[in-house]
Design a protein around this ligand. Structure first.
Ligand SMILES: *Cc1c(COP(=O)(O)O)cnc(C)c1O
Length: 355
């Protein structure tokens, strides 16, 4: 990737690293940020002033347009450290592409490869001591962009900030989760912004998720806005099912096209499973659970890779899935990706982006 080395990035190193204050055996997700952040400014049609500087507060105007009109998008990526110290980021090119799709939909400028991927590489190189190496741990990477024009009035902002912050995260062993099929609230509609990782998509999910929590479910299974008949995705993860011998995932522009989902479907194909990306109705899923053809169901996302689903609630009725121990496909995926991302096996797909 030659384009990643072209721009000049000013580096202002921290005078006082916070590294020694961090207990790497006790990391709470998203609480402690690494020493540095990358910041780039967009003004009048141009990206300027790209720097890596100490992580810290930034000043914003109360009339800053992102706060009022919501031009704000983000990404979630993970970086890993191999046993030999090599630092690797998992498929960040896919996040870069998706970031720019989100940007276009929200009438924001695209971020060029040398700033997004080149900046990321340089940032992780500088903060490489922040990347934990124990199996299951990682550096969570959060690139984001928001509109900074200090003016009221609904129009595309003339200025933006692109920032990358990172935080070390501990091993993530998630318990199986329960999902409530949502038949009233809607996450995304045809022609809307469901495929983009924009901040507003998460704000709208909080209230219905709280209602589901109050009923004893961990998360929502979103359904289509038109009839609540077809399954879309879970809170911040895509859904994948094994029905018979086929690995199936819902498809369409109302869902976020996850890098994990894509990776898992590519692996399934490579390993000779039948795969389908298509509409999956709630009815098909419930019937399949009842007659035993649905043998695996999981949420797929960067945070946990795979989170098994053990219970699905639909119209007040609960449907229980087979025990996790027998879930051959999802357990195989998890094991394979764990080895690949820590450099323990060969990387035939070129998914590891070495820093
Ligand atoms: C980020 C996200 C996902 C998962 O995407 P990955 O690229 O696999 O992390 C799925 N759904 C939503 C709504 C998301 O925000």
């Amino acid at each position: 990737m030659s384009a990643t080395d072209q721009i000049s990035i000013r580096v202002e190193p921290t005078k006082e690293s916070r590294l020694s204050q961090v207990d790497f055996n006790n990391l709470k997700f998203g609480q402690i940020m690494s020493d540095h952040m990358l910041v780039a400014e967009y003004n009048d049609g141009e990206w300027t002033d790209i720097s890596i500087q100490p992580y810290g507060d930034i000043a914003v105007s109360p009339s800053m347009s992102a706060l009022h009109y919501g031009q704000a998008i983000f990404e979630g990526i993970k970086g890993y450290k191999f046993e030999n110290g090599t630092v690797s980021i998992f498929r960040p090119d896919k996040n870069w592409e998706r970031f720019n799709k989100s940007a276009s939909r929200l009438q924001m400028p695209e971020v060029p490869e040398d700033i997004f991927l080149g900046g990321l590489k340089k940032l992780l190189d500088i903060d490489r001591n922040w990347i934990p190496s124990k199996e299951g741990t990682a550096l969570y990477i959060r690139p984001f962009m928001f509109a900074t024009e200090a003016a009221l009035g609904v129009h595309p902002s003339i200025s933006y900030k692109f920032i990358i912050i990172t935080c070390p995260v501990g091993a993530y062993y998630s318990k199986p989760i329960s999902l409530k099929v949502e038949t009233h609230y809607t996450r995304a509609a045809e022609g809307g912004v469901g495929f983009s990782k924009n901040a507003g998509n998460y704000a709208l999910s909080l209230y219905p998720t709280q209602l589901a929590n109050d009923e004893g479910y961990d998360q929502i299974m979103w359904t289509d806005s038109a009839g609540h008949k077809y399954i879309e995705e879970a809170g911040t993860a895509n859904l994948i099912f094994r029905i018979g011998d086929t690995i199936i995932t819902p498809h369409g522009d109302t869902i976020l096209h996850g890098v994990t989902r894509r990776t898992i479907m590519e692996l399934a194909e490579k390993w000779g499973y039948k795969t389908e990306q298509r509409k999956v109705s709630v009815e098909e899923l419930i019937e399949g659970i009842k007659n035993g053809t649905v043998t695996e169901a999981f949420a797929a996302g960067t945070a946990a890779t795979i989170t098994h689903i053990d219970r699905i609630g639909f119209h007040g009725q609960d449907y229980t899935l087979p025990p996790v121990e027998g879930r051959e496909f999802s357990l195989k995926v998890l094991d394979y990706l764990n080895q690949l991302r820590y450099g323990k096996i060969e990387d035939p797909f070129g998914w590891n982006f070495i820093v």
